[in-house]
Design a protein around this ligand. Structure first.
Ligand code: NAD
Length: 541
């Protein structure tokens, strides 16, 4: 920054709109949904600011109506990926030298575009592509994405402000340089905000990016690219390639200029990518940064002092919103015997009122799961339980994929605390409950800690402060985001920085300055004012 210490607008979380009957936002989103649902679009790949139609296409269909086509997208071949890399490296020459306030201006503008003219469109696209209810689309595609964009600008200035001490004789300065080379963003289907944030936050810090979105999120990724383009992201700074993930990733990770991976998705894939980076390590010009936020097997624990209705609500919202397809979704619960009858009654009562269907009907709380692969996997686990004497399905268990990939919110109760659905990430609307003896609270804490390879989110419900404290201490390494008397989902940017440890990821906390720090390589500059001209120190006399 040359001519002023500029202050950025203070970041404030975007208010979540209600979409209540009669509201303007409800009318706008339903209009956008109807229009988009009944038209078709063609999504190109984006290289050097150009829309490239490769001619090799795939269709896009909503998970809640899989025979209905809303468009096609073009897929990249190896030479497109190579072009994306070389164009990014070319763009780096100017982008990395652009003053930070210019980069900030672009992403603050993107936030405003989403908050205003693009809000209905990005929400409707997320309802269509990922089958989110309007509320789930609003908290993700609009609010969380806006928050990422605004808060990241504030975090960037906090990082830049972090400077070492100087003396009268020397002036010490740190420059937060972007990584040398290009970065790679690989994003999951389940959050439009994550899809936009992963490439955007690296670009904000001065990096250039090759971005590979999930095949199941391309319809809403297109809106993100439209926003970036209108906000003024220059050609070549964020290049988007769709298609074969193995080929794209292999091509990217083989480049000597690869300098950072920003991944969100499943644990197995992340480990595979890490392995490939390891194999290529001797070819890289710099040690690549590796950030990955991955799977979870998130828990709810109730102490005997908890309120049964609060626990039941935490389970319903935590396990079944967005069909349990949040990395933070509650998928195992540990409930005390003394409260079980009450909690069960509330759960069954609430579940009776839950409607399932397409997101265009705003009275539906549950919609479809993302694709046939997910449907088959989740229903396979449900079927297994039906023949196992250690488990009982007390609610749901039904499914139907004739029109969309619909699975009823399903509650399994098990007497086997290590039953497969207590340990494995299903990523669907299924929760498994284990009932423990009230006196076995502390053993149950150990059980929770030892049951799964993951450590993403977890919640304890307790009105007893001592019990809450014991749980908080015992579960220190069991969750990167730990909740007391709340469901384990719904982290808000700037309020609850998000990420887990163990197999759940590198815990670089999306929604905080810690994440942005991974995308810079500080350069220390020491300037001495009166430079010594004699090598001898006084002690030598
Ligand atoms: P996924 O792992 O199937 O896909 C993620 C990305 O990796 C996609 O872009 C996909 O195309 C790509 N990919 C898939 N196979 C690949 C391969 N062999 N080589 C290179 N890239 C490959 O995950 P998903 O189904 O899109 O998302 C769900 C998963 O993401 C869950 O495990 C969930 O817990 C996790 N998730 C974690 C967080 C978090 O913050 N911890 C947030 C959202 C989602």
């Amino acid at each position: 920054m040359g001519k002023g210490f500029f202050k950025v607008p203070p970041a404030i979380n975007e208010p979540v709109l209600s979409y209540a009957p009669g509201s303007v936002e409800r009318e706008n989103v339903l209009k956008a949904y109807k229009y988009m649902y009944n038209s078709t679009i063609e999504v190109p790949i984006y290289i050097n600011g150009k829309n490239i139609k490769t001619g090799k296409t795939q269709t896009m269909s909503p998970p809640h109506d899989h025979q209905h086509v809303v468009g096609i997208y073009h897929t990249a071949n190896k030479s497109h990926v190579e072009q994306a890399i070389s164009t990014a490296l070319e763009a780096r020459k100017t982008w990395s030298q652009l003053p930070w306030e210019q980069r900030a201006g672009i992403f603050l503008k993107a936030a405003e575009l989403i908050a205003g003219p693009y809000r209905a469109k990005i929400n409707a696209a997320t309802m269509i592509a990922q089958s989110k209810t309007v509320h789930q689309a609003e908290i993700d595609a609009a609010c969380e994405f806006i928050d990422f964009l605004r808060f990241n600008v504030q975090f960037m200035t906090e990082i830049y402000n972090d400077q070492p001490q100087s003396t009268n004789a020397t002036w010490n300065r740190i420059e937060y340089r972007p990584l040398e080379g290009f970065t790679y963003a690989v994003t999951p289907f389940n959050f439009t905000a994550i899809a936009g944030n992963l490439p955007a936050c690296m670009a904000l810090m001065g990096n250039v990016v090759v971005w590979k979105p999930s095949d199941s999120q391309i319809y809403s990724a297109k809106v993100i690219m439209d926003v970036f383009e209108e906000a003024g992201v220059p050609a070549g700074v964020i290049n988007v390639v769709f298609g074969d993930p193995v080929m794209i990733t292999k091509t990217v990770l083989s480049s000597p200029d690869f300098s950072g991976l920003h991944f969100t998705g499943s644990t197995f894939i992340f480990k595979e990518l890490w392995k490939q980076i390891g194999v290529n390590i001797h070819n890289y010009k710099t040690y690549p940064r590796i950030v990955g936020e991955t799977g979870g097997k998130d828990f709810i624990l109730a102490h005997q002092s908890a309120h049964p209705k609060q626990v039941a609500t935490g389970i319903i919202r935590g396990a079944f919103e967005f069909q349990g397809q949040k990395c933070s979704a509650a998928s195992r619960a540990y409930l005390p015997k003394s409260l079980w009858a009450d909690i069960k009654a509330h759960l069954l009562e609430d579940l009776k009122s839950i409607k399932m269907g397409g997101p265009e009907d705003l009275s539906n709380f549950v919609t479809a799961v993302i694709h046939e692969g997910a449907f088959d996997k989740i229903t396979g686990y449900i079927e297994n339980t039906k023949s196992n004497p250690a488990v009982e399905i007390i609610a749901g268990g039904g499914y139907d994929k004739s029109k969309g990939y619909f699975i009823e919110p399903t509650v399994i109760v098990t007497t086997d605390a290590k039953y497969e659905t207590m340990c494995t990430e299903l990523f669907g609307p299924v929760i498994t409950i284990f009932i423990y003896e009230d006196a076995a609270f502390e053993e149950t804490l150990e059980l929770i800690d030892q049951t799964s390879e993951y450590a993403l989110t977890g919640a304890v419900f307790s009105t007893d402060r001592y019990a809450a404290n014991v749980a908080t201490r015992a579960l220190e390494n069991s969750a990167g985001n730990f909740y007391i008397n709340d469901k384990p989902t719904g982290a808000v940017v700037g309020q609850q920085p998000f990420g887990g440890a163990r197999a759940s990821g590198t815990n670089d906390k999306a929604g905080s300055a810690q994440n942005l720090l991974r995308w810079v390589s500080p350069r220390m500059i020491k300037e001495t004012f009166v430079t010594p001209e004699d090598y001898r120190y006084p002690f030598l006399d």
